[in-house]
Write a protein that binds this ligand. Sequence first.
Ligand code: SF4
Length: 115
Amino acid sequence: MAFVVTKLCIDCVDTSCVAVCPVDCFYQPKEPGKEYPNMLFISPEECIDCAVCEPECPWEAIYPEEDVPEVFQDCIELNAKVDEDRDAFVLAEVQEKEPPTPEQVAENKRKWGLV
Ligand code: SF4
């Protein structure tokens, strides 16, 4: 089991989660938007299930694998691409970013049919 970044992260990419992960298992595609979307990915092989990242994401994009919403079930396989296709990814780095407003978070969820 591992934690999973869902598509709620696409083009939002706040890296507060990256800053707290004790095992540095967040990755980003080398060429975002080409083969893989512009979002963070968690390596399921490296994640130790500590749960520290989940509350840090201002977009509420991270879930434990067993709680991933139906609409984001494909994200479980998508995150696993980090381990299957490692050459296409780089370790994510922390970047300063303005956190979203509650309205932006709600709108992003609506976009994906979550609310
Ligand atoms: Fe890293 Fe822990 Fe989040 Fe896994 S659950 S990605 S180990 S912070």
